[in-house]
Design a protein around this ligand. Structure first.
Ligand SMILES: Cc1cc2nc3c(=O)[nH]c(=O)nc-3n(C[C@H](O)[C@H](O)[C@H](O)COP(=O)(O)OP(=O)(O)OC[C@H]3O[C@@H](n4cnc5c(N)ncnc54)[C@H](O)[C@@H]3O)c2cc1C
Ligand code: FES
Length: 367
């Protein structure tokens, strides 16, 4: 009996899956949504060919919403408010939206298909986001799995961004990926250098964009990116600053420290850099120089697994237990965190327990 039930459920699932696939193929081949109008902020109107996602349709019209996952529905960055024409909310969107956002009509633009006229609202700053073409001026190995890319801007020739923001790099179609993809990378250079940007990229095994960068991209190549995106930037106050970031999460922090150096900041700053072993350390000399140049800055690498043969005299272990040592006045401290979602969750929990206010903890999660 149990075996028959399992068999029936299996057959129904196969048939349902097959019908869903047929519907997708039929829609792609035969349904023509024709011309649709997208009204933006009650002012601008685009006339577009229906059928694509709202994200890609806006992209084709040089309006670049944030999208760290390239439209796969896994980052939740591409939100926009849609007052009409969006169709029902999809299950793929729900995990990224609060009750309030749902009732306000916020949607994930990569999941909404343009099938009819739409009326949408997006922040005015989005119109400043541009598509850039750049030449790869230099590729530097920082560690065995981290590279620094120096991109000289070609068109437009300059960029304006805030230290801590990121761009979306376009990895073109190549033998490991039939489609071009976009991935988010924080700018590691400072905003005063406006004719180039630097990125710090860590290899992700089998990753589409990082494999392209590590194994295919060469100095002299041209590459596209859009930006700048993000609200991970320095708040203009006098509060103490605690930076915590490991691996390639050092990118936006480097940009921030360089910026603070340029403006001659005297704020109290500590940077706890988490790495596995000495072979994961990089830019150590550079940050030691900043310790000398900035009146009130300390750089503290913390190794989670220092190798036996190394003579590491610094701090060993995970970062949270070391935080109290550097926290002078929790209520008047701003924390800037960058790295994996797991690391951010652990550090945020520790900071809250130590009394750093939730609204002073800023982070970019490299999800
Ligand atoms: C705002 C923001 C800023 C970022 N800035 C940087 C940066 O400055 N430097 C940097 O190196 N990265 C940064 N990232 C991560 C980056 O956008 C990509 O996710 C990462 O480089 C992997 O891209 P990929 O195409 O090579 O891998 P994908 O093809 O997207 O992924 C391949 C597989 O690896 C998994 N995966 C994806 N990312 C990781 C990861 N980081 N670690 C382990 N497994 C992973 C995926 O789940 C998938 O299974 C940032 C992300 C965000 C959201
Ligand atoms: S682009 Fe990532 S969820 Fe839409």
């Amino acid at each position: 009996m149990a075996c028959e039930i399992i068999q029936t459920v299996f057959i129904i699932s196969v048939i349902t899956g097959f019908l869903a696939l047929l519907l997708v193929i039929a829609e792609a081949l035969f349904v023509n949504y024709g011309e649709c109008r997208i009204k933006i902020n009650g002012k601008k109107e685009l006339v577009v060919q229906g059928g694509g996602s709202l994200l890609s349709t806006l992209n084709d019209n040089k309006i670049f919403l944030a999208s760290a996952c390239g439209g796969r529905g896994s980052c939740g960055f591409c939100k926009c408010t849609i007052s009409s024409g969006a169709g029902p909310l999809l299950p793929t969107e729900k995990p990224f939206l609060s009750e309030k956002e749902i009732s306000d009509g916020v949607r994930l633009s990569c999941q909404v298909k343009v099938k009819q006229d739409l009326s949408i609202k997006i922040p005015e700053e989005i119109f400043n986001i541009r598509k850039f073409r750049a030449e790869v001026a230099k590729i530097t190995d920082l560690t065995y799995d981290i590279k620094e890319l120096t991109l000289k801007l070609v068109e437009p020739g300059t960029i304006s961004f805030k230290a801590g923001q990121y761009v979306q790099l376009e990895s073109p179609a190549y033998e490991k990926s039939r489609q071009s993809v976009q991935r988010a990378y924080s700018i590691s250079s400072n905003p005063y250098q406006d004719d180039m940007i630097q990125l710090i990229i860590r290899r992700v095994p089998e990753g589409i964009c990082t494999t392209y960068v590590f194994d295919y991209l060469k100095e002299g190549d041209k590459i596209n990116f859009t930006g700048p995106f993000g609200d991970f930037f320095i708040r203009e106050t006098e509060a103490d600053m605690l930076f915590i970031a490991g691996g390639s999460g050092k990118a936006p922090i480097k940009s921030m420290i360089e910026f603070l150096d340029k403006i001659g900041s005297r704020r109290r700053m500590v940077y706890l850099f988490g790495a596995r072993s000495t072979k994961d350390l990089y830019y150590t000399e550079l940050f030691r120089e900043y310790e000398k140049k900035l009146t009130n800055f300390s750089y503290v690498p913390v190794l989670s697994q220092p190798s036996e043969e190394c003579e590491w005299k610094g701090r060993c272990g995970y970062i949270p237990p070391f935080i109290p040592e550097f926290l002078r006045d929790p209520v008047n401290t701003e924390a800037y965190l960058c790295g994996s979602p797991g690391m951010i969750d652990a550090v945020k929990k520790a900071l809250l327990e130590l009394g750093v206010p939730d609204n002073k903890i800023y982070f970019d999660s490299f999800a």
